[in-house]
Design a protein around this ligand. Structure first.
Ligand code: AMP
Ligand code: ZN
Length: 452
Protein backbone atom coordinates (compact mmCIF):
# COMPACT_ATOMS: atom_id res chain seq x y z
CA UNK A 1 0.00 0.00 0.00
CA UNK A 2 2.92 2.32 0.74
CA UNK A 3 5.84 2.07 -1.71
CA UNK A 4 8.81 0.33 -0.14
CA UNK A 5 6.88 -0.78 2.93
CA UNK A 6 4.96 -3.89 3.88
CA UNK A 7 2.59 -4.35 6.79
CA UNK A 8 2.24 -8.00 7.66
CA UNK A 9 0.33 -9.84 10.37
CA UNK A 10 0.79 -13.46 11.42
CA UNK A 11 -1.62 -15.30 13.66
CA UNK A 12 0.53 -16.21 16.63
CA UNK A 13 0.50 -19.16 19.00
CA UNK A 14 -2.06 -20.08 21.60
CA UNK A 15 0.22 -20.38 24.59
CA UNK A 16 -1.24 -23.31 26.51
CA UNK A 17 1.38 -25.80 25.41
CA UNK A 18 4.66 -26.03 23.53
CA UNK A 19 4.64 -25.32 19.82
CA UNK A 20 4.97 -28.48 17.76
CA UNK A 21 7.11 -28.69 14.65
CA UNK A 22 3.99 -28.26 12.49
CA UNK A 23 3.27 -24.88 14.06
CA UNK A 24 6.92 -24.02 13.57
CA UNK A 25 6.68 -24.84 9.89
CA UNK A 26 4.07 -22.08 9.60
CA UNK A 27 6.37 -19.58 11.29
CA UNK A 28 9.36 -20.56 9.14
CA UNK A 29 7.15 -19.86 6.14
CA UNK A 30 6.23 -16.41 7.48
CA UNK A 31 9.90 -15.73 8.20
CA UNK A 32 10.92 -16.69 4.67
CA UNK A 33 8.22 -14.40 3.30
CA UNK A 34 9.38 -11.50 5.44
CA UNK A 35 13.04 -12.04 4.62
CA UNK A 36 12.32 -12.36 0.91
CA UNK A 37 10.58 -8.99 1.00
CA UNK A 38 13.51 -7.53 2.94
CA UNK A 39 15.94 -9.09 0.47
CA UNK A 40 14.26 -7.09 -2.28
CA UNK A 41 14.48 -3.89 -0.26
CA UNK A 42 11.12 -3.59 1.49
CA UNK A 43 10.86 -2.49 5.09
CA UNK A 44 8.54 -4.93 6.79
CA UNK A 45 6.48 -4.19 9.88
CA UNK A 46 5.58 -7.60 11.16
CA UNK A 47 2.97 -7.99 13.87
CA UNK A 48 2.35 -11.25 15.70
CA UNK A 49 -0.17 -11.81 18.43
CA UNK A 50 0.03 -14.13 21.39
CA UNK A 51 -3.31 -15.74 22.19
CA UNK A 52 -3.47 -16.01 25.96
CA UNK A 53 -7.25 -15.99 26.31
CA UNK A 54 -10.35 -16.87 24.31
CA UNK A 55 -9.21 -19.66 21.96
CA UNK A 56 -11.68 -22.46 22.62
CA UNK A 57 -10.94 -26.12 22.10
CA UNK A 58 -13.32 -26.04 19.15
CA UNK A 59 -12.78 -23.31 16.59
CA UNK A 60 -16.55 -22.80 16.28
CA UNK A 61 -17.29 -21.56 19.79
CA UNK A 62 -17.62 -25.06 21.22
CA UNK A 63 -15.65 -26.49 24.11
CA UNK A 64 -13.71 -24.57 26.72
CA UNK A 65 -10.90 -22.02 26.76
CA UNK A 66 -7.64 -23.84 25.96
CA UNK A 67 -5.70 -21.75 28.46
CA UNK A 68 -8.07 -22.40 31.33
CA UNK A 69 -8.41 -26.08 30.49
CA UNK A 70 -4.64 -26.46 30.74
CA UNK A 71 -4.65 -24.53 34.03
CA UNK A 72 -7.22 -26.78 35.63
CA UNK A 73 -5.49 -29.89 34.25
CA UNK A 74 -2.11 -28.95 35.70
CA UNK A 75 -3.22 -27.02 38.77
CA UNK A 76 -1.15 -24.07 37.64
CA UNK A 77 -2.05 -20.44 37.32
CA UNK A 78 -3.23 -19.31 33.85
CA UNK A 79 -0.80 -16.39 33.77
CA UNK A 80 2.09 -18.63 34.70
CA UNK A 81 1.16 -21.07 31.93
CA UNK A 82 0.88 -18.27 29.40
CA UNK A 83 4.22 -16.71 30.16
CA UNK A 84 5.99 -20.08 30.36
CA UNK A 85 4.79 -21.23 26.93
CA UNK A 86 5.18 -17.82 25.35
CA UNK A 87 8.84 -17.83 26.35
CA UNK A 88 9.27 -21.40 25.14
CA UNK A 89 7.73 -20.40 21.80
CA UNK A 90 10.02 -17.43 21.21
CA UNK A 91 13.03 -19.53 22.22
CA UNK A 92 12.07 -22.04 19.55
CA UNK A 93 11.78 -19.25 16.99
CA UNK A 94 15.20 -18.01 17.97
CA UNK A 95 16.74 -21.47 17.69
CA UNK A 96 15.30 -21.73 14.18
CA UNK A 97 16.80 -18.37 13.18
CA UNK A 98 13.33 -16.88 12.87
CA UNK A 99 13.50 -13.14 13.28
CA UNK A 100 11.20 -11.91 16.06
CA UNK A 101 8.17 -9.86 14.95
CA UNK A 102 8.50 -6.08 14.97
CA UNK A 103 5.55 -5.99 17.35
CA UNK A 104 4.51 -8.81 19.66
CA UNK A 105 1.08 -8.27 21.20
CA UNK A 106 -0.79 -10.25 23.85
CA UNK A 107 -4.54 -10.59 23.66
CA UNK A 108 -4.97 -9.96 27.40
CA UNK A 109 -3.30 -6.56 27.01
CA UNK A 110 -5.69 -5.38 24.28
CA UNK A 111 -9.10 -5.99 25.80
CA UNK A 112 -10.13 -2.33 25.39
CA UNK A 113 -9.41 -2.40 21.66
CA UNK A 114 -11.50 -5.54 21.29
CA UNK A 115 -14.38 -4.11 23.29
CA UNK A 116 -14.37 -0.97 21.15
CA UNK A 117 -14.70 -3.15 18.08
CA UNK A 118 -17.52 -5.21 19.55
CA UNK A 119 -19.33 -2.00 20.42
CA UNK A 120 -19.03 -0.69 16.86
CA UNK A 121 -20.30 -3.99 15.48
CA UNK A 122 -23.37 -3.83 17.72
CA UNK A 123 -23.98 -0.15 16.89
CA UNK A 124 -23.81 -0.89 13.17
CA UNK A 125 -26.19 -3.85 13.53
CA UNK A 126 -23.72 -6.60 12.65
CA UNK A 127 -23.56 -8.08 16.13
CA UNK A 128 -26.23 -8.85 18.72
CA UNK A 129 -26.26 -9.61 22.40
CA UNK A 130 -27.85 -12.64 24.06
CA UNK A 131 -27.88 -13.75 27.66
CA UNK A 132 -24.66 -15.74 27.04
CA UNK A 133 -22.58 -13.78 24.59
CA UNK A 134 -22.31 -11.20 21.84
CA UNK A 135 -22.42 -12.79 18.38
CA UNK A 136 -21.53 -11.65 14.90
CA UNK A 137 -24.47 -12.37 12.61
CA UNK A 138 -22.88 -13.94 9.53
CA UNK A 139 -25.98 -13.46 7.40
CA UNK A 140 -25.38 -9.70 7.60
CA UNK A 141 -22.16 -10.05 5.65
CA UNK A 142 -22.90 -11.64 2.27
CA UNK A 143 -19.23 -12.03 1.35
CA UNK A 144 -18.61 -14.15 4.42
CA UNK A 145 -17.36 -17.16 2.47
CA UNK A 146 -15.28 -15.28 -0.08
CA UNK A 147 -12.00 -16.64 1.31
CA UNK A 148 -13.06 -20.24 1.89
CA UNK A 149 -15.05 -20.61 -1.31
CA UNK A 150 -17.76 -22.42 0.64
CA UNK A 151 -21.32 -21.39 -0.07
CA UNK A 152 -23.00 -19.59 2.78
CA UNK A 153 -25.79 -22.14 2.66
CA UNK A 154 -23.28 -24.96 3.05
CA UNK A 155 -21.67 -23.14 5.96
CA UNK A 156 -24.96 -22.55 7.74
CA UNK A 157 -26.07 -26.15 7.26
CA UNK A 158 -22.62 -27.54 8.15
CA UNK A 159 -22.59 -25.73 11.45
CA UNK A 160 -25.93 -27.19 12.46
CA UNK A 161 -24.40 -30.41 13.79
CA UNK A 162 -22.21 -28.51 16.16
CA UNK A 163 -23.18 -28.01 19.74
CA UNK A 164 -25.31 -24.92 19.95
CA UNK A 165 -25.32 -24.15 23.62
CA UNK A 166 -27.14 -20.86 23.35
CA UNK A 167 -30.82 -21.04 22.35
CA UNK A 168 -30.81 -17.32 21.50
CA UNK A 169 -28.13 -17.68 18.83
CA UNK A 170 -29.74 -16.64 15.52
CA UNK A 171 -27.72 -18.77 13.10
CA UNK A 172 -25.66 -21.81 14.12
CA UNK A 173 -22.60 -20.43 12.32
CA UNK A 174 -22.71 -17.03 14.06
CA UNK A 175 -19.56 -16.69 16.10
CA UNK A 176 -18.94 -15.09 19.43
CA UNK A 177 -17.03 -11.82 19.64
CA UNK A 178 -17.55 -11.62 23.42
CA UNK A 179 -18.31 -14.41 25.87
CA UNK A 180 -20.12 -13.64 29.10
CA UNK A 181 -19.04 -15.31 32.32
CA UNK A 182 -22.32 -17.14 32.58
CA UNK A 183 -23.55 -20.67 32.00
CA UNK A 184 -20.65 -22.86 30.90
CA UNK A 185 -18.26 -19.94 31.48
CA UNK A 186 -19.59 -18.97 34.92
CA UNK A 187 -16.28 -19.99 36.50
CA UNK A 188 -13.99 -18.54 33.85
CA UNK A 189 -10.96 -17.14 35.66
CA UNK A 190 -9.83 -14.51 33.14
CA UNK A 191 -12.59 -11.92 32.99
CA UNK A 192 -13.00 -8.24 32.28
CA UNK A 193 -15.74 -5.69 32.89
CA UNK A 194 -17.61 -4.72 29.76
CA UNK A 195 -20.86 -3.05 28.65
CA UNK A 196 -22.19 -6.63 28.37
CA UNK A 197 -21.24 -7.72 31.86
CA UNK A 198 -18.12 -9.58 32.95
CA UNK A 199 -16.64 -11.68 30.24
CA UNK A 200 -13.77 -12.34 27.86
CA UNK A 201 -13.14 -11.84 24.14
CA UNK A 202 -13.60 -14.38 21.37
CA UNK A 203 -10.40 -15.55 19.69
CA UNK A 204 -11.20 -14.06 16.26
CA UNK A 205 -11.79 -10.50 17.47
CA UNK A 206 -8.31 -10.53 19.01
CA UNK A 207 -6.59 -10.76 15.66
CA UNK A 208 -8.84 -8.14 14.07
CA UNK A 209 -8.38 -5.65 16.88
CA UNK A 210 -4.63 -6.04 17.20
CA UNK A 211 -3.81 -6.15 13.49
CA UNK A 212 -5.86 -2.99 12.84
CA UNK A 213 -4.36 -1.25 15.84
CA UNK A 214 -0.79 -1.75 14.66
CA UNK A 215 -1.12 -1.95 10.88
CA UNK A 216 -4.16 0.17 10.07
CA UNK A 217 -7.65 -0.64 8.81
CA UNK A 218 -6.32 -2.05 5.56
CA UNK A 219 -2.93 -3.69 5.37
CA UNK A 220 -0.84 -5.74 2.96
CA UNK A 221 -0.38 -9.34 4.05
CA UNK A 222 -1.91 -11.69 6.58
CA UNK A 223 -0.47 -15.17 7.18
CA UNK A 224 -1.52 -18.27 9.08
CA UNK A 225 -1.88 -22.01 8.74
CA UNK A 226 -4.28 -23.39 6.13
CA UNK A 227 -6.71 -24.54 8.84
CA UNK A 228 -7.65 -20.88 9.29
CA UNK A 229 -9.11 -20.59 5.78
CA UNK A 230 -12.48 -21.94 6.94
CA UNK A 231 -13.25 -20.35 10.27
CA UNK A 232 -10.76 -18.03 11.85
CA UNK A 233 -9.86 -15.90 8.86
CA UNK A 234 -13.37 -15.54 7.38
CA UNK A 235 -14.40 -14.41 10.86
CA UNK A 236 -11.54 -11.92 11.04
CA UNK A 237 -12.48 -10.54 7.63
CA UNK A 238 -16.20 -10.26 8.42
CA UNK A 239 -15.71 -8.41 11.70
CA UNK A 240 -13.00 -6.09 10.42
CA UNK A 241 -14.72 -5.24 7.20
CA UNK A 242 -18.07 -4.56 8.88
CA UNK A 243 -16.43 -2.54 11.61
CA UNK A 244 -14.33 -0.25 9.40
CA UNK A 245 -16.29 -0.41 6.15
CA UNK A 246 -12.96 -0.94 4.37
CA UNK A 247 -11.13 -3.81 2.78
CA UNK A 248 -9.24 -5.61 5.54
CA UNK A 249 -6.27 -7.34 3.94
CA UNK A 250 -4.85 -7.27 0.42
CA UNK A 251 -3.11 -10.66 0.39
CA UNK A 252 -3.87 -13.76 2.41
CA UNK A 253 -1.11 -16.36 2.51
CA UNK A 254 -1.59 -19.73 4.17
CA UNK A 255 0.99 -22.35 5.01
CA UNK A 256 0.03 -25.96 4.36
CA UNK A 257 0.25 -28.49 7.16
CA UNK A 258 3.05 -30.68 8.29
CA UNK A 259 1.71 -34.19 8.63
CA UNK A 260 3.03 -37.23 10.45
CA UNK A 261 2.24 -40.91 10.54
CA UNK A 262 2.41 -43.65 7.97
CA UNK A 263 -0.65 -42.58 6.07
CA UNK A 264 0.72 -39.05 6.05
CA UNK A 265 -2.72 -37.84 6.90
CA UNK A 266 -2.44 -37.37 10.62
CA UNK A 267 -2.28 -33.70 11.33
CA UNK A 268 0.01 -32.89 14.15
CA UNK A 269 -2.02 -31.13 16.76
CA UNK A 270 -1.34 -29.63 20.15
CA UNK A 271 -4.62 -30.82 21.54
CA UNK A 272 -4.18 -34.39 20.32
CA UNK A 273 -0.96 -34.70 22.26
CA UNK A 274 0.71 -36.50 19.32
CA UNK A 275 3.18 -33.76 18.76
CA UNK A 276 6.88 -33.48 18.24
CA UNK A 277 8.66 -30.47 19.62
CA UNK A 278 11.82 -28.88 18.32
CA UNK A 279 13.44 -30.06 21.56
CA UNK A 280 12.42 -33.64 20.72
CA UNK A 281 14.44 -33.38 17.50
CA UNK A 282 17.40 -31.83 19.31
CA UNK A 283 17.35 -34.66 21.86
CA UNK A 284 17.48 -37.10 18.95
CA UNK A 285 20.70 -35.47 17.68
CA UNK A 286 19.38 -32.99 15.15
CA UNK A 287 20.06 -29.27 15.05
CA UNK A 288 17.30 -26.70 14.53
CA UNK A 289 18.85 -25.77 11.15
CA UNK A 290 18.36 -29.35 9.99
CA UNK A 291 14.64 -28.95 10.57
CA UNK A 292 14.59 -25.57 8.88
CA UNK A 293 16.40 -27.02 5.87
CA UNK A 294 13.97 -29.95 5.88
CA UNK A 295 10.96 -27.61 5.54
CA UNK A 296 12.41 -26.20 2.30
CA UNK A 297 11.78 -29.51 0.59
CA UNK A 298 8.16 -28.64 -0.03
CA UNK A 299 6.55 -25.48 -1.29
CA UNK A 300 4.74 -23.74 1.56
CA UNK A 301 1.37 -24.34 -0.13
CA UNK A 302 1.95 -28.09 -0.23
CA UNK A 303 1.56 -30.57 2.55
CA UNK A 304 4.85 -31.81 3.94
CA UNK A 305 5.19 -35.23 5.41
CA UNK A 306 7.53 -35.68 8.33
CA UNK A 307 9.51 -38.90 8.75
CA UNK A 308 12.75 -39.69 10.55
CA UNK A 309 14.28 -40.72 7.23
CA UNK A 310 13.47 -37.47 5.49
CA UNK A 311 14.78 -35.41 8.39
CA UNK A 312 17.98 -37.46 8.35
CA UNK A 313 18.32 -36.89 4.62
CA UNK A 314 17.95 -33.15 5.23
CA UNK A 315 20.57 -33.32 7.95
CA UNK A 316 23.02 -35.06 5.62
CA UNK A 317 22.41 -32.54 2.88
CA UNK A 318 22.94 -29.69 5.32
CA UNK A 319 26.14 -31.21 6.65
CA UNK A 320 27.52 -31.39 3.12
CA UNK A 321 26.94 -27.66 2.83
CA UNK A 322 28.59 -27.08 6.20
CA UNK A 323 31.65 -29.05 5.11
CA UNK A 324 31.79 -27.03 1.92
CA UNK A 325 31.66 -23.71 3.80
CA UNK A 326 34.41 -24.84 6.17
CA UNK A 327 36.55 -25.81 3.24
CA UNK A 328 35.75 -22.72 1.21
CA UNK A 329 36.52 -20.38 4.08
CA UNK A 330 40.15 -21.49 3.93
CA UNK A 331 40.53 -21.26 0.20
CA UNK A 332 41.83 -18.26 -1.59
CA UNK A 333 41.01 -17.14 -5.11
CA UNK A 334 38.79 -14.83 -7.11
CA UNK A 335 35.03 -14.95 -6.97
CA UNK A 336 34.08 -16.80 -10.16
CA UNK A 337 31.96 -14.92 -12.70
CA UNK A 338 29.48 -17.73 -13.15
CA UNK A 339 27.87 -17.05 -9.76
CA UNK A 340 25.82 -14.22 -11.33
CA UNK A 341 23.67 -16.72 -13.14
CA UNK A 342 22.96 -18.57 -9.90
CA UNK A 343 22.03 -15.34 -8.12
CA UNK A 344 19.58 -14.58 -10.90
CA UNK A 345 18.03 -18.02 -10.70
CA UNK A 346 17.87 -17.96 -6.91
CA UNK A 347 16.11 -14.59 -6.93
CA UNK A 348 13.73 -15.78 -9.58
CA UNK A 349 12.85 -18.81 -7.43
CA UNK A 350 12.21 -16.90 -4.19
CA UNK A 351 10.21 -14.21 -5.96
CA UNK A 352 8.04 -16.85 -7.61
CA UNK A 353 5.76 -17.27 -4.59
CA UNK A 354 8.65 -18.43 -2.41
CA UNK A 355 9.70 -21.48 -4.38
CA UNK A 356 12.13 -22.74 -1.76
CA UNK A 357 12.65 -26.25 -3.15
CA UNK A 358 13.90 -24.61 -6.34
CA UNK A 359 15.94 -21.95 -4.51
CA UNK A 360 17.72 -24.59 -2.45
CA UNK A 361 18.26 -26.67 -5.59
CA UNK A 362 19.92 -23.71 -7.31
CA UNK A 363 22.16 -23.17 -4.29
CA UNK A 364 23.23 -26.81 -4.18
CA UNK A 365 23.93 -26.78 -7.89
CA UNK A 366 26.18 -23.77 -7.38
CA UNK A 367 28.02 -25.50 -4.54
CA UNK A 368 28.56 -28.58 -6.68
CA UNK A 369 29.95 -26.45 -9.48
CA UNK A 370 32.38 -24.75 -7.09
CA UNK A 371 33.56 -28.10 -5.76
CA UNK A 372 33.96 -29.50 -9.29
CA UNK A 373 35.83 -26.54 -10.73
CA UNK A 374 37.84 -25.89 -7.57
CA UNK A 375 36.64 -22.27 -7.65
CA UNK A 376 35.64 -22.11 -4.05
CA UNK A 377 35.25 -18.42 -3.49
CA UNK A 378 31.47 -18.26 -3.51
CA UNK A 379 30.94 -17.59 0.18
CA UNK A 380 29.65 -14.05 -0.36
CA UNK A 381 26.95 -15.44 -2.60
CA UNK A 382 26.01 -18.12 -0.08
CA UNK A 383 25.79 -15.51 2.66
CA UNK A 384 23.57 -13.44 0.44
CA UNK A 385 21.23 -16.41 -0.14
CA UNK A 386 21.30 -17.06 3.57
CA UNK A 387 19.66 -13.70 4.26
CA UNK A 388 16.53 -15.54 3.18
CA UNK A 389 17.43 -19.16 3.95
CA UNK A 390 18.68 -18.37 7.47
CA UNK A 391 20.67 -21.56 7.84
CA UNK A 392 23.52 -20.05 9.84
CA UNK A 393 26.10 -20.00 7.03
CA UNK A 394 27.98 -16.99 8.39
CA UNK A 395 28.13 -18.64 11.81
CA UNK A 396 29.82 -21.66 10.28
CA UNK A 397 32.47 -19.49 8.68
CA UNK A 398 32.84 -17.40 11.85
CA UNK A 399 33.30 -20.48 14.02
CA UNK A 400 36.09 -21.52 11.67
CA UNK A 401 37.80 -18.20 12.14
CA UNK A 402 37.51 -18.42 15.91
CA UNK A 403 39.27 -21.75 15.99
CA UNK A 404 41.71 -20.91 13.29
CA UNK A 405 44.36 -19.31 15.51
CA UNK A 406 45.30 -22.40 17.48
CA UNK A 407 44.67 -24.81 14.61
CA UNK A 408 46.71 -22.81 12.09
CA UNK A 409 49.58 -22.75 14.51
CA UNK A 410 49.54 -26.53 14.88
CA UNK A 411 49.28 -26.90 11.10
CA UNK A 412 52.34 -24.74 10.51
CA UNK A 413 54.27 -26.66 13.18
CA UNK A 414 53.36 -29.81 11.31
CA UNK A 415 54.47 -28.30 8.02
CA UNK A 416 57.79 -27.43 9.59
CA UNK A 417 58.18 -30.93 11.01
CA UNK A 418 57.47 -32.36 7.59
CA UNK A 419 59.99 -30.06 6.00
CA UNK A 420 62.52 -31.34 8.50
CA UNK A 421 61.44 -34.87 7.71
CA UNK A 422 60.41 -35.31 11.34
CA UNK A 423 57.56 -37.68 10.45
CA UNK A 424 56.97 -38.79 14.02
CA UNK A 425 56.32 -35.23 15.14
CA UNK A 426 54.17 -34.48 12.08
CA UNK A 427 52.06 -37.54 12.83
CA UNK A 428 51.77 -36.59 16.46
CA UNK A 429 50.40 -33.16 15.53
CA UNK A 430 47.95 -34.68 13.08
CA UNK A 431 46.77 -37.00 15.84
CA UNK A 432 46.38 -34.13 18.26
CA UNK A 433 44.31 -32.19 15.74
CA UNK A 434 42.27 -35.32 15.16
CA UNK A 435 41.46 -35.43 18.85
CA UNK A 436 40.20 -31.85 18.51
CA UNK A 437 37.88 -33.08 15.76
CA UNK A 438 39.95 -31.50 13.01
CA UNK A 439 40.64 -33.41 9.82
CA UNK A 440 43.55 -32.34 7.63
CA UNK A 441 43.69 -32.46 3.92
CA UNK A 442 46.88 -31.75 2.00
CA UNK A 443 46.12 -29.94 -1.25
CA UNK A 444 48.36 -28.40 -3.89
CA UNK A 445 47.73 -25.01 -2.25
CA UNK A 446 48.75 -26.25 1.18
CA UNK A 447 46.99 -27.96 4.04
CA UNK A 448 43.35 -27.21 4.76
CA UNK A 449 41.20 -28.57 7.53
CA UNK A 450 37.63 -29.26 8.35
CA UNK A 451 35.68 -30.60 11.25
CA UNK A 452 34.84 -34.24 11.60
P1 AMP B 1 -2.09 -22.45 17.36
O1 AMP B 1 -1.02 -22.22 18.39
O2 AMP B 1 -2.82 -23.72 17.55
O3 AMP B 1 -3.04 -21.27 17.29
O4 AMP B 1 -1.38 -22.58 15.94
C1 AMP B 1 -0.36 -21.73 15.54
C2 AMP B 1 -0.20 -21.76 14.03
O5 AMP B 1 0.24 -23.04 13.57
C3 AMP B 1 -1.47 -21.46 13.26
O6 AMP B 1 -1.15 -20.56 12.20
C4 AMP B 1 -1.88 -22.81 12.71
O7 AMP B 1 -2.60 -22.68 11.51
C5 AMP B 1 -0.54 -23.47 12.48
N1 AMP B 1 -0.57 -24.95 12.49
C6 AMP B 1 -1.24 -25.76 13.33
N2 AMP B 1 -1.00 -27.06 13.08
C7 AMP B 1 -0.13 -27.08 12.02
C8 AMP B 1 0.51 -28.13 11.26
N3 AMP B 1 0.36 -29.42 11.55
N4 AMP B 1 1.34 -27.76 10.24
C9 AMP B 1 1.54 -26.47 9.96
N5 AMP B 1 0.97 -25.45 10.63
C10 AMP B 1 0.14 -25.73 11.65
ZN1 ZN C 1 -5.53 -14.87 13.97
Amino acid sequence: MVPGRVGMYSCGPTVYNYAHIGNLRSYIFADVLKKTLEYFGYTVTHVMNVTDVGHLTGDEDDGSDKMEQQASKTGRDVKEIASYYENAFFEDLDRLNIKPPTIRCRATEHIDDMQAMVKTLIDKGFAYETDQAVYFDITKYPDYTELSGQSLKEKVVGARDEVVEDPEKRNPADFSVWFKCKGRFANHIMRWQSPWGEGFPGWHIECSAMSIKYLGETFDIHTGGEDHIWVHHPNEIAQSRCCTGKKFVNYWMHGAFLVVGKSGEDKMSKSEGNFLRLQTLIDAGFEPVHYRYFTYQAHYRNMLRFTDESLTAAKNAYERIRAFIMRASQMKGEKPEWTEEYVRRFEEAISDDLNMPLAVGVMNEMINKAAETGEYNILDVLFRFDKVLSLGFEDIAASMEQDTGAIDELISLRAEARKNRDWAKADEIRKKLGEMGVILEDTKDGTIWHRE
